[in-house]
Every structure is written in structure tokens, then in C-alpha cells.
Design a protein around this ligand. Structure first.
Ligand code: XMP
Length: 517
């Protein structure tokens, strides 16, 4: 793989995505890895990401010069670029000429490895306080900006490359071309990886992992668990039992969709567990978001464990107890939950962080290395119906984290009705693919005064949170047409009597997360 060494920036995942978009497989690894650990992965190239620190800051991550002498092609970006300079004996200085945001770069050699076939004038995305004032020996400077006299360099002999800017962000106009040039011309890697052609590999890996054992799959109704189940079904067919836990935190019609659509498409063996009471009583009185997530995660596993015992009992097959649990964990979950060391644990996603200590299953996570769009490609490859493949993301803890305040049966019912109206109208307006997802949130402890007919009302607000995103790591609020919003607002306030106000969340991520809890 191409290893992206994460120097502590949110950018590392984005770089990995961009590399994969160039049809080359890549993984994010923490900067704390030693040179031996990195080389043990037999990387075809190494990319050094940006990072929040100055190379002079106390405790700033350093680059081992030995990594640059190992004969592996290396590409440094932003902090990674400066770390290379420091390791190779150039000069990084506090020039007082930091650059932030869109900047003009002047490329001095448009036939160089990185800049081949590109214009000399390029818009690039900068974010640096220190600047490189002197390139290390043997490095050929190939670009400059007004604040960075050494903004890019190359050494084809040692196959070392670097740019001061962030080629992975869209604002760097030729960023993807620079990256592709590094991969194809600098590192000479063949571009033959696609999510479609890894489906077979994933199936084989699952077959090897689980052997003859029985497997249980938690089927939520979402894309991830559906594609994960399809992979396992293909791998070990009749050893798989899917369990759909109705935790009472689902949206309208979801249970029926899983029961019908998915089973028809894949022919999996499905059990539906009605755990609505169990979850509601476990959540009684709880308002703290992280506590809710932990409880929901815990009850999920408990419900599965019960289902596992039932499966064994049903089959009267004590020889083959259920040993494995399939989880639709995705790569961003793995990295965000601290799998990529150094990144803060933002929310404990129940399928990674919140598992109880007494867990009785080993996990099969066939999607652990994939981004969402790649999961969809794999799903299509495996014949999962488009209606499921293109379903918008819905969090495992469901409506439980969309009721701000205590979760009760009445509040769930209010939210379910409002959510169903919003979904119906957004679909009707043809916005399903344009919008990444639209959480509908009930502010259950907030009340405001309204008027309806001749009477005063004192009801709850509903928040609409439509977002556009590429991978849920960052997001922007969707510019849903006013008339669609107006219809949703009218319908919700008319049809859901407990709600007298509909508000629109116009916060990007960051600073807001997509979900409210
Ligand atoms: P945030 O709120 O962190 O959400 O910006 C990012 C994406 O993740 C989804 N999400 C979850 N998915 N289990 C899941 O399977 C969870 O616990 C969970 N929490 C958030 C969220 O809907 C969005 O797509």
C-alpha cells in the first residue's frame, strides 16, 4: 500500500481517499510508528501529511532521516514537507510570512515529475506559519510563492518529493494531478486498485477468517451492514444468520424494509428481535449524549448475544456456537475512534468505541478499510439492490441521538412522524442523492410559544439538518430550495401537533458535527 503518515491533521484521511481515487490502495498510519514498522508494511510509497504543529514546537513529531534513505518514494505535504526539510538538513524559518488559504504558486519547471503537463501559475491551498528558506542538498526547487521561496522540490534520484501546500484539498486546482504524477511518475505505481475489484478479495478474506464457525450479522438496514452482510453471505452462506434488532429507535418503515427488500435480494437467513422495551428502560432518565451512545451500544450487543443463543438453540447445534459478529465498521470510524493515533476521539461510534468489556464475540469487519463511496461500489459489484446501496447514512444509535433530552416512547413517536414527512418531501423534490443525509432532531426539553387557530400553543421545535458531504468527515449545510423547506415546515407543524416550530441548522462540519449528539 501507499502509507499516509498522519502527523495529526484531519487531512490524512482525505489524502488516503485521493490516492484511492487515483486507483492506488492507501492506508493511514500514525506518525508514532517507527521506520521499521513502516517498512514492514512494504509500502510502495510514503506520503507525509500536514499537521497542526511547527517543526520547532516542543514535542513536535519528527521524521526519522532513515526513512528517507530506505529507497521508498516519499512525498511530503505541508508539515510533512517541512519535516523532510528538517530531516535532510535544509532550513525552516519563522519568516513572519505565513500563508493561509488560497495562494498563487509559480512553478519554475513544468516538465518536472510533479508538475508535468500543468500550467506555471497555480492556485494552491496553504496553511503554514513557518517557511522553508533553504532547500536541503540535492533537492531541486520547482515552485515558489510570495511567502514561501521554497514551495516545492523534487529529487528524482532518491525519489523524494514535497510541496508546501495541501494538494489533497479541492482548492488546490491541480492538486490531484500533482498527486497522480507522484504516484505514477515518481513512485511508478501501477493504478489498478478499484473498490469494485476488491470485492472478491474481501469475500476470500472473510472465508479465511471465520472458517467453519457460525457468524451473526447485525443488520441495521443501512448500507454498511447490508454490504457487510452481502460479503459474508457470499463467503460463508449458510453459516450466516442476520439479526435485525428493532431497538425502537428506528425510523418509520425501516424494520419492514429490512424484512422485505434485503431478504428478497440476498436470501439471507434473518431473525428480527423486538427489543423496544429493553432499550427504552435502559435509556430512561438518561440525557447525556455519550452515556446514551454507550448504553445503546451495550444493549445492542446484549440483544445479539441473546439472539446468538437462540440461533444455537433453534438449530440444536451445540458443536457450532456463534463465534463471530459482523460489523459494518468503516475506515473513517476506525481512524476517528483513535485507530489513527493522535486524532481526537470525537464521538464514541457505537460500533467501535462503545463495545462492552465482556463482549462474547470476535468481530468480522469486512469494510474496515473502506470509505463510504467505496462500500457502495462493492455493494453494487455484489448485486446488493440499488435502493439499499444508495440509502443515506443513518447512525446506529438511531433516533436515540436525535432526541435532545431523555428518550421516551412519546418523543420517539413525535420525531418519527416529523422525520417521515421530511424524508418524503426531500425524496419528492428529487434531492436524495444531492443531500448526503438530513438528520431531523427533536429538541425535547425546549418549548416555545406559538399560535394555532385561535389558541396559544407551547410546543417543541424540530431541527432540520440537511448536509452535503463527500465522506461525513467534513460537511456543509445543504442549500435546500426554500419552497421545499416551506412544505416540510408546513406539513410538520400541521400534522404533528406537539411541534409548533421548525428550524434549519446552517452550520458546517466543522465546527458542528452532523448529528446533534
Ligand atoms: P457526526 O455526527 O460525527 O457523524 O458528524 C458523521 C457520520 O456518522 C454517522 N454517525 C454514526 N454512524 N454509528 C453509526 O453507524 C454511530 O454511532 C454514529 N454516529 C454518527 C452520522 O449519521 C454521519 O453520517
Amino acid at each position: 500500500p501507499v502509507l499516509v503518515v498522519d502527523f495529526g491533521a484531519q487531512y490524512a484521511q482525505l489524502i488516503a481517499r485521493r490516492v484511492r481515487e487515483a486507483d492506488v490502495y492507501s492506508e493511514v498510519v500514525p506518525h508514532s510508528w517507527s521506520t521499521e514498522q513502516l517498512l514492514a508494511k512494504e509500502p510502495s510509497a510514503i506520503i507525509l501529511s500536514g499537521g497542526p504543529s511547527s517543526v520547532y514546537a516542543e514535542g513536535a513529531p519528527r521524521l526519522d532521516p532513515a526513512l528517507l534513505e530506505a529507497g521508498i518514494p516519499v512525498f511530503g505535504m505541508c508539515y510533512g514537507f517541512q519535516a523532510m526539510v528538517q530531516a535532510l538538513g535544509g532550513t525552516v524559518a519563522h519568516t513572519g510570512l505565513g500563508e493561509y488559504g488560497s495562494t498563487q504558486a509559480q512553478v519554475s519547471d513544468t516538465s518536472s515529475t510533479l508538475f508535468n503537463g500543468q500550467p506555471a501559475d497555480q492556485s494552491v491551498w496553504m496553511s503554514h506559519g513557518d517557511s522553508v528558506t533553504e532547500a536541503p542538498d540535492g533537492m531541486r526547487v520547482t515552485a515558489a510563492t510570495s511567502g514561501a521561496p521554497v514551495a516545492a522540490f523534487e529529487d528524482d534520484e532518491r525519489r523524494l518529493y514535497g510541496v508546501q501546500w495541501h494538494p489533497e484539498v479541492m482548492h488546490s486546482t491541480f492538486g490531484q494531478r500533482v498527486l497522480e504524477n507522484f504516484l505514477s511518475k515518481g513512485a511508478r505505481i501501477e493504478a489498478d486498485w478499484t473498490p469494485g475489484n476488491v470485492a472478491e478479495e474481501l469475500v476470500t478474506a472473510v472465508r479465511e477468517q471465520v472458517g467453519e464457525d457460525r457468524v451473526l450479522c447485525a443488520l441495521s438496514g443501512g448500507v454498511d451492514s447490508a454490504v457487510a452482510a452481502a460479503i459474508v453471505q457470499k463467503a460463508v452462506g449458510d453459516q450466516l444468520t442476520c439479526v435485525h434488532v428493532d431497538h425502537g429507535l428506528l425510523r418509520e418503515g425501516e424494520r419492514e424494509q429490512v424484512e422485505r427488500e434485503f431478504v428478497e435480494a440476498t436470501g439471507v437467513d434473518l431473525i428480527v428481535v423486538d427489543a423496544r422495551e429493553q432499550f427504552l428502560s435502559a435509556l430512561a432518565g438518561v440525557t447525556d449524549p455519550e452515556t446514551k451512545r454507550k448504553i445503546i451500544g451495550r444493549e445492542f450487543i446484549r440483544a445479539f448475544e441473546q439472539a446468538a443463543r437462540d440461533v444455537v438453540e433453534d438449530r440444536g447445534d451445540e458443536e457450532h456456537p456463534v463465534k463471530w459478529l459482523v460489523q459494518g465498521t468503516l475506515y473513517p470510524d476506525v481512524v476517528e475512534s483513535g485507530g489513527g493515533e493522535g486524532a481526537a476521539n470525537i464521538k464514541s461510534h457505537h460500533n467501535v468505541g462503545g463495545l462492552p468489556d465482556d463482549l462474547q464475540f470476535a468481530l468480522v469487519e469486512p469494510l474496515r478499510t473502506l470509505f463510504k463511496d467505496e462500500v457502495r461500489q462493492v455493494g453494487l459489484e455484489l448485486g446488493v439492490p440499488e435502493a439499499i446501496v444508495w440509502r443515506q447514512p443513518f447512525p446506529g444509535p438511531g433516533l436515540g441521538i436525535r432526541i435532545i433530552g431523555e428518550v421516551t416512547a412519546e418523543r420517539l413517536e413525535i420525531l418519527r412522524r416529523a422525520d417521515s414527512i421530511a424524508r418524503e418531501e426531500l425524496s419528492e423534490a428529487g434531492l436524495d442523492r444531492e443531500i448526503w443525509q438530513c438528520p431531523v432532531v427533536l429538541l425535547a426539553d425546549v418549548r416555545s410559544v406559538g399560535v394555532q387557530g385561535d389558541g396559544r400553543t407551547y410546543g417543541h421545535p424540530i431541527v432540520l439538518r440537511p448536509v452535503s458531504s463527500e465522506d461525513a468527515m467534513t460537511a456543509d449545510w445543504s442549500r435546500v430550495p426554500y419552497d421545499v423547506l416551506a412544505t416540510i415546515s408546513n406539513r410538520i407543524t400541521n400534522e404533528v401537533s406537539e411541534v409548533n416550530r421548525v428550524v434549519l441548522d446552517i452550520t458546517s462540519k466543522p465546527p458542528g458535527t452532523i448529528e446533534w449528539e
